[in-house]
Design a protein around this ligand. Structure first.
Ligand code: NAD
Length: 276
């Protein structure tokens, strides 16, 4: 587990008595979201790939928590069904869903049909299936909230990213359409769009050299640094909470200002930077 998650929130019990399902909660951003929910009193069901289950359980235990961890591949509709059934069997209710797990397949001209189908099935298709499955249980408890983890990649072009960016783009529209249809049932659906967050894919790309690459990739953001998983968890918990009771169908960029930069970037190569 890459140690980029530090809990800074006091235990306040904002989600006491509630049950949350967090996909991809064994690692990275999902782990940080699940940990914050646990710290704030929720019962949490976490899913992850079988290869990640033990690492996730260890990390939660080290932090003093024992969420219910269910492993499997979300590309399988049968696993999506099993996951929600297991969560309901364990806790008897579901109040929140965080659709976070995704397949990071970054391919362009070389992408195969299988690459596209894998990206879409672990991504928006599984997101949609889980939303369908949690809708009834949420209706039974009088409503709920769903957050889909999208990305800056949903809205911009990046090199060799047809698969991932198309799948993230679909998450934006899924969020809006599901929000519209579930609003009468008091179920809100929103998304967050992180910028570059230091998790294992990024660490792999940097060859583990965070000290060198964080300042370089940080320059893509107004804040001149990369984000941490905990910095996504806070906004996700906000969107789940009653503080966001009038927010649905929205996307919240959590990107250190990435989204607002123009072609001049931070202005390093612009002679007139600072004079306007
Ligand atoms: N790290 C970033 O820079 C960044 C930026 C923008 C958006 N995101 C998004 O944040 C989310 C989490 O990414 P992360 O960086 O924390 O990833 P990560 O690799 O650290 O964790 C991914 C989690 O998803 C699970 N998972 C992956 N494929 C799965 C599958 N087929 N079935 C079931 N579970 C599966 C893994 O077991 C793991 O728990 C993703 O939706 C990703 O697209 C990440």
């Amino acid at each position: 587990m890459i140690t980029t998650t530090h809990s800074r929130r006091p235990l306040v019990g904002r989600f006491q008595g509630k049950v949350a399902l967090v996909t991809g909660g064994t690692n990275g951003i999902g782990y940080a979201i699940a940990l914050e929910l646990l710290r704030e009193g929720a019962q949490v069901v976490v899913s992850g790939l079988p290869a990640d289950g033990a690492e996730g359980e260890h990390a939660f235990a080290a932090a003093g928590f024992t969420p219910f961890v269910v492993t499997g591949d979300l590309a399988s509709e049968a696993f999506c069904d099993e996951l929600v059934a297991a969560a309901l069997a364990r806790h008897g209710r579901l109040d929140y869903l965080v659709n976070n797990a995704f397949s990071f397949i970054a391919k362009g001209l070389d992408a195969t049909r299988e690459d596209f189908l894998r990206s879409l099935s672990v991504g928006p298709v599984a997101f949609a299936r889980l939303i369908q499955l949690v809708a009834e249980p949420m209706k039974r408890v009088g409503g709920g909230a769903i957050v889909n983890v999208s990305s800056i990649s949903a809205k911009i072009a990046q090199p060799n990213r047809w698969t991932y960016n198309a799948a993230k783009g679909a998450v934006t529209q899924l969020t809006r359409c599901a929000a519209l249809d579930l609003a009468p049932h008091k179920i809100r659906v929103n998304s967050v769009s992180p910028g570059w967050i230091w998790t294992r894919e990024v660490d792999k790309a940097a060859g583990g050299d965070r000290a060198t690459y964080d300042p370089i990739w940080g320059q893509f953001h107004m804040l001149r640094r990369m984000g941490l998983p905990i910095e996504i968890a806070g906004p996700v918990l906000f969107l789940l909470s009653d503080d966001a009771s009038f927010i649905t169908g929205s996307d919240l960029p959590v990107d250190g200002g990435y989204n607002g930069l123009g072609p001049e970037g931070l202005g390093q190569n612009t002679k007139i930077a600072g004079s306007h």
